[in-house]
Structure formats: C-alpha cells, structure tokens
Design a binder for this molecule. Structure first.
Ligand SMILES: NC(=O)c1ccc[n+]([C@@H]2O[C@H](COP(=O)([O-])OP(=O)(O)OC[C@H]3O[C@@H](n4cnc5c(N)ncnc54)[C@H](OP(=O)(O)O)[C@@H]3O)[C@@H](O)[C@H]2O)c1
Length: 257
C-alpha cells in the first residue's frame, strides 16, 4: 500500500478564530476527518454552536473562549486543551481581522491592533502549542492561515498585507527551527472566500468582477475548498512538507502580466 492516510483519527487540533467563517469550516472539517477539536475565539456562543455540530459528528469539542492578543488567554486555552484532551497534535492559526485604511491614514492604534491579532498572536499561540508538541516527543503540525495579500500587492491595506507577509516568513523560520522536534509548519494562503469578514466586499458586484478578472477559475472560493488542503497538511499524507505556503486561490497568484 503506497497511499498514505489523510485521516485525522485520534488527533487533537486547536483552531483559533473557530467561531465563524474559515475557522468554523476547518473545525467541522477536521472533526469529519476524525479529530477532536479545541475551539478558540472571543465569542463563546459561536463556539458553542460549532461544538454542537462537531459533537453531532461523534467527535469531542473543547470550548476555549479567549482573546488571541492576550498572552494569559493563550496560555489558559492551550493549558486547558492540553489537560482535558491529553495532547495537542495540530494547531491552526486562523484568527484574523482587517481594517482597510489607505496607508496615509493608518493610525498607530490600527497598526498595533492588526499586527497583534494577525501575526504576534499567531507566534505566541505557536510557541505555547509548539512547547506541548515538542514535550510529547512526537511533534505536530502548525498551519498558518495567511493570504494572497501576503504575497502580492492588493487593495487590502498595507497593515494586513504586511502582517500576512510576516506570517509566510514566520512559517519558514519556525519550520526551519522546529523541524528537529518533528513539528511541521505550513501555511495556506486563501484568495477570496465568502465569510463574515468579506461578505460586505463581496456584495459589491463591481468589486467581484474585478476579483474574477484576475482569477483563472472565474469564481470565488467555497469554504470546503480550504478544508481539503488544511486536512492534507495536517495528515500523514503531508509528512515531508514543511515551511511551505499553499495558495488556495483559483490560480490568482500564477499570472504575471
Ligand atoms: N475570507 C477570506 O476571503 C480570506 C482570505 C484570505 C485570508 N483570510 C484569513 O482567514 C482568517 C479567517 O478569516 P475569516 O474570513 O473566516 O474571518 P471572520 O469570518 O471574521 O472570522 C474571524 C474569526 O477570528 C476570530 N477572532 C478575531 N479576532 C480575534 C481575537 N482577538 N481573539 C480570538 N479570536 C479572534 C473571530 O471571533 P471573535 O471576533 O468572536 O473573537 C472569528 O471567529 C483570517 O486570518 C483572514 O485574514 C480570509
């Protein structure tokens, strides 16, 4: 048998920003692949809804309410999951925000809020979960949800783009440092997917036409189309892949004209 397993059976995952949008889809998809899932975000009622879906599928869900910009919340969430589930095998750094202010008008407070939420928190959560992965001796997987905006210049705002570019580079450096501990670190760079973050933008048909004009597959992504790549990167099927960013973008990043 040469086909490796794509199953996450017996694995424990932690997903930040799991209450809605991409994080919710990944949490439910990971449960469908056999994982138990720790769900972190600030809105407990969202987490309870996602947990109910996961439990209906026969997997365990752990509610980890907290703010990823607060170190004490990160430590509490990771310790709770470690104690209750016994281990952490997979971390998905997904929590993120955007404020699309033109560069001349970005305030210091906006810069700090986006950077703290989108990149500093991903490092701090990786350090906390990575310590658990290192300690058990079997390593683990970290998947960072970056963006096409971290790779190419777009009208998403300079702060968001800078944070996502940093996340792509952080992915490489953590993969380089932590490979020795069997911790594989990869990133997924989505193009547009409809979530509460993008709903308003995607209701503007002129903007959507502009997006589709640079998207070879000529459509917006569907959330299950992020679940497959994330499950793959978390599974045995990706056992020799680390430090990479997989763009899930309908081909958006391939052209140069
Ligand atoms: N949607 C897209 O087209 C797209 C494209 C490229 C990249 N991305 C990236 O994908 C990730 C998810 O985006 P999305 O579209 O699913 O966004 P979303 O629908 O707004 O969901 C974001 C999630 O992150 C959580 N979150 C935000 N700030 C947090 C904080 N300080 N502490 C804890 N949790 C926090 C939110 O919960 P609470 O507010 O309740 O805490 C929510 O559950 C983001 O990193 C985004 O940059 C999205």
């Amino acid at each position: 048998m040469l086909l490796p397993s794509f199953s996450l059976k017996g694995k424990v995952a932690c997903i930040t920003g799991a209450g809605r949008g991409i994080g919710r889809a990944l949490a439910i998809g990971f449960a469908e692949a056999g994982a138990d899932v720790g769900l972190m975000s600030r809105t407990e009622k969202d987490l309870l809804e996602v947990a109910a879906v996961i439990e209906e599928k026969g997997q365990k869900a752990y509610i980890l309410p907290g703010d990823v910009t607060k170190k004490e919340d990160i430590d509490s969430a990771i310790n709770t999951l470690h104690q209750q589930a016994g281990t952490i095998d997979i971390l998905v750094n997904n929590a993120g925000i955007n404020i699309r202010t033109p560069a001349f008008h970005v305030t210091e407070a906006e810069w700090d809020t986006i950077m703290q939420t989108n990149i500093k928190s991903a490092f701090m959560v990786s350090q906390a979960a990575g310590t658990v992965m290192k300690g058990k001796g079997e390593g683990g997987r970290i998947i960072n949800i970056s963006s096409v905006a971290g790779h190419t210049a777009l009208r998403t705002g300079v702060v968001y783009a800078s944070a996502k570019a940093a996340m792509i580079q952080m992915t490489k450096v953590l993969a380089f440092e932590w490979g020795v501990h069997k911790i594989q670190v990869n990133s997924i760079g989505p193009w547009y997917f409809e979530t509460p973050l993008t709903k308003e933008l995607l209701s503007n048909s002129e903007y959507v036409d502009e997006i589709l004009s640079v998207t070879p597959l000529k459509r917006i992504g569907r959330l299950p189309e992020l679940v497959g790549p994330a499950v793959f990167l978390a599974s045995d099927a990706a056992s020799y892949i680390t430090g990479q960013t997989l763009f899930v973008d309908g081909g958006m990043t391939i052209h140069g004209f």
